[in-house]
Ligand binder design. Structure first.
Ligand SMILES: [Fe+2]
Length: 325
């Protein structure tokens, strides 16, 4: 504690001696001050319709107003809504919008993660030139100046992995599935192995590595589409991924995609599916599963002992259009 802080919290006795009002209070305040704070903004899905631009702006204003202010914003994918169709202009305009809102409303550094809605044209491959460098993830990479869709960075003694969990499929109901491709997995394994064992780490993915939020309907109602064990709801190799993260001191695995919230602890890893900035795609809170998930984002306070606290912030957005009708 700095001396001036001690003096502020001290009081004068009648004899003129200074004594602290409460040593325990002072100690507690010091101990709970995080080493650093960051925020996790997943599933922003920015678009002009349904007030999405104003909603993202309000979210960033809420981030800026946090005390303590976060060191950075970690996004969780589905930055825009969406680029999957055949219209290049639509995805192009939405990424422009995303960048402009960030530039105009926050000075906090932003790390971009890819989501399935950020991928251009995958749902309409037959109609598009798949050799175009902007096809697929190229559009997002071009706008956000990402050499690769996965990368790592260090912050204050922690290592962060921003991963690309969107992989293409052939002849399946969905055009993508959850997981890492071979090249990315090899890179992650090598980087984790090279990282000092005592360095704690965080991974962020759009699709959860492990979640129960995929339990949206009972299996008898979904039949073969009950995709908890794979498909686009969760990593199909969740167990192996969990073992890898556990082995290399990854403390936290953040995700989005389901626009729901859950928290699972398995091994040394805490898995948090972290709601959605857009709630129910800007129609109001997400109620797909009968639970009301407000428009919000995660705040993570990292402590010097390697632990962290997480809480979800409802930033107070009220939908301007509450139904699809
Ligand atoms: Fe989403």
């Amino acid at each position: 504690m700095f001396r001036r802080d001690f003096l502020k919290a001290a009081t004068l006795t009648s004899a003129g001696l200074m004594i602290p009002t409460s040593f325990s209070q002072l100690a507690t305040a010091e101990e709970t001050k995080p080493l650093f704070r960051f925020v996790h903004l997943t599933d922003i899905h920015v678009q002009p319709e349904r007030g999405g631009s104003a909603g993202m702006t309000k979210c960033l204003q809420a981030v800026e107003a946090l005390d303590p202010k976060p060191d950075f914003i970690l996004t969780g994918g589905d930055l825009i809504y969406d680029a999957g169709g055949p219209e290049y202009n639509r995805g192009n305009q939405l990424f422009q919008l995303y960048k402009h809102i960030i530039a105009d409303h926050t000075g906090v550094p932003v790390y971009h993660c890819v989501g399935n809605h950020d991928v251009f044209g995958w749902s309409r491959k037959a109609e598009l030139d798949t050799k175009n460098p902007l096809f697929g993830k190229g559009l997002m990479q071009d706008h956000l100046e990402l050499e690769k869709t996965y990368y790592a960075f260090d912050h204050n003694g922690w290592r962060f992995y921003v991963l690309d969990s969107i992989q293409p499929t052939v002849e399946k109901r969905y055009k993508y599935t959850a997981g890492l491709d071979e090249e990315q997995l090899a890179w992650l394994q090598a980087d984790l192995a090279a990282k000092p064992a005592e360095t704690p780490a965080v991974v962020v993915t759009q699709f959860p590595i492990l979640t129960v939020t995929s339990l949206r309907k009972q299996p008898e109602k979904l039949g073969e589409d009950f995709y908890v064990a794979g498909g686009p709801g969760m990593f199909s190799n969740s167990l192996e991924m969990g073992q890898l993260l556990h082995k290399h001191n990854v403390r936290l695995a953040l995700s989005g995609h389901l626009h729901e919230i859950d928290r699972i602890e398995r091994g040394n890893v805490t898995y948090i599916c972290d709601g959605a900035v857009c709630g129910g795609w800007w129609y109001g809170p997400n109620i797909d599963s009968g639970f009301e998930v407000q428009e919000g984002f995660g705040v993570i306070d990292v402590h010097s002992d390697g632990t962290f606290d997480h809480h979800y912030v409802d930033y107070g957005w009220e939908a301007v259009k509450t139904s699809k009708g």
